[in-house]
Design a protein around this ligand. Structure first.
Ligand SMILES: [Zn+2]
Ligand SMILES: [Zn+2]
Length: 317
């Protein structure tokens, strides 16, 4: 039951000799979700052994080239590989017309359909869900309509304490009812509350992706207690004013958001090419939020499963 984030690109604006523009592969319960698709993303997917054919969902934060120029090549490659399933693309609404125009010239003989789902960039909404996962949009503040994404694992089904099945001689029917949340009534009429029988097998995990944006406290309640936060840090504090003018954040501001949201772990990225070394970003972020890390191509951030232990049996005596 994976929940991991692979960094495919960490640069802002344009590719450099050792960095690619924004792209990350989020894997939840073995299903891949591509978040942003800067130039060269398909090269990176191949480099890190990710099967392009398995990608059914691509999420684009905003229509700046460093977050979407890779989509043209990827769409084309998927076609050459004989894809037949629809490709779901979640993006600001203008992408629909842009892609339609592009495909007039480059979409001849398409074997599948790219379907653009227009994002509302002004308020947080559920944009996708399946049995295990819910993805919400996160309105951000940038130079063009932009939203980030919150990936949240759904609360898993309840487990039943095996010792109590024997103790209360529970039938299969009882077990199903209790696992669905029912209390249990004994022959004597005594009611045993559900929480004495059940526990969550693991705590739901979460990841928030926030790029590009100025520091925006609006998102804090939405991403509160997130396990892993990716927040852009295009500049360091030495270019505080420039960050504001360009609609970006500094490493220190990203760390402030992580601290105020009570995130468990922070990853920063989207570095300006003005900085040759990244140490300054890390030192600055860690001065505010110690569990800060640098996004670098190929790095994988796993969110481990936190097993919820059943309450000790003697609790009930
Ligand atoms: Zn950008
Ligand atoms: Zn941008």
């Amino acid at each position: 039951m994976t929940f991991s984030v692979t960094i495919l690109g960490s640069s802002s604006a344009f590719p450099t000799s050792n960095r690619f523009p924004s792209a990350q592969l989020v894997s939840v319960h073995e299903r891949p979700y591509l978040v942003d698709c800067g130039e060269g993303t398909q090269t990176q997917l191949r480099k890190y052994g990710i099967n392009i054919a398995k990608i059914n969902h691509i999420l684009i934060t905003h229509l700046h080239g460093d977050h979407m120029f890779g989509i043209y090549g990827l769409i084309s490659t998927m076609n050459m590989l004989g894809r037949t399933r629809d490709l779901n693309i979640y993006a600001p609404k203008e992408l629909d017309a842009i892609l339609a125009d592009h495909l007039k010239y480059f979409g001849e003989g398409m074997t599948y359909k790219p379907v653009v789902h227009a994002l509302n960039t002004t308020q947080s909404e559920t944009i996708y869900e399946n049995k295990h996962l819910i993805i919400k949009s996160l309105p951000l503040r940038h130079r063009v309509p932009t939203c980030g994404f919150l990936f949240k694992e759904k609360t898993p089904g309840l487990n039943i304490r095996k010792e109590l099945i024997e103790k209360y001689n529970l039938s299969l029917r009882d077990i199903v009812r209790i696992k669905n949340g029912a209390h249990h009534t004994l022959e004597s009429g005594e009611v045993i509350p559900n929480e004495k029988f059940t526990y969550l097998p693991y705590a739901p995990r979460s990841f928030a992706y926030c790029s590009d944006t100025i520091m925006s406290r609006y998102i804090i309640p939405i991403i509160s207690e997130v396990d892993l936060l990716y927040h852009e840090a295009t500049f360091c504090e030495d270019r505080h004013q420039l960050a504001l003018e360009r609609g970006h954040s500094t490493a220190m501001q990203a760390a402030q958001i992580a601290r105020e949201a009570n995130a468990r772990q922070l990853v920063i990225g989207h570095y300006s090419s003005r900085y040759k070394e990244l140490d300054q970003f890390l030192i600055e972020a860690q001065s505010v939020f110690s569990n800060s890390h640098l996004a670098e191509e190929g790095k994988v951030f796993e969110i481990p499963l936190q097993q919820e232990k059943p309450t000790p049996l003697n609790f009930y005596k």
